[in-house]
Design a protein around this ligand. Structure first.
Ligand SMILES: [Zn+2]
Length: 133
């Protein structure tokens, strides 16, 4: 028998499988193929497998590596952020000024609206107090 035929016969025999992470029984095609496993499928469903791979390979590994690097070379990391700040000081200042100018009227309007609301709330309270016996 051809190796692939053996594999397919095992494959068709099983219709569902329990995921070891989410503990849900799912249809067998919800699991990635894995030749080393007895039933030819991963122990984790596709959804859990993807999450697991993303976490372990990308985010988590990068986080751990970055933390280790920062710990080993604190002077270097500090140097980078200082250098960046110094190199971009004018850019950052220009951005802050542009932002202020672009949003100045909005901020003033928001402050005025807030003051108006407070005043109205105060008046309503005073009226309610006055109407009490
Ligand atoms: Zn799962």
């Amino acid at each position: 028998m051809h190796a692939l035929c053996v594999y397919t016969s095992i494959n068709t025999a099983m219709t569902t499988k329990l995921c070891r992470i989410c503990r849900e029984t799912k249809p067998i095609d919800g699991f990635h193929r894995y030749a080393k496993a007895k039933d030819g499928h991963q122990h984790y469903c596709k959804k859990c497998q993807i999450e697991r791979v993303i976490l372990t390979t990308d985010k988590e590994r990068a986080k751990v590596r970055a933390a280790a690097y920062r710990k080993a070379h604190p002077d270097k990391v500090l140097g980078w952020s200082q250098k960046y700040r110094e190199a971009n000081r004018e850019k950052q200042r220009a951005y802050a000024i542009a932002y202020y100018q672009a949003h100045r009227l909005e901020r003033i309007a928001a402050q005025q609206a807030s003051r108006k609301r407070l005043k109205a709330a105060k008046l309503a309270l005073l009226e309610a107090a006055a109407s009490l016996p």
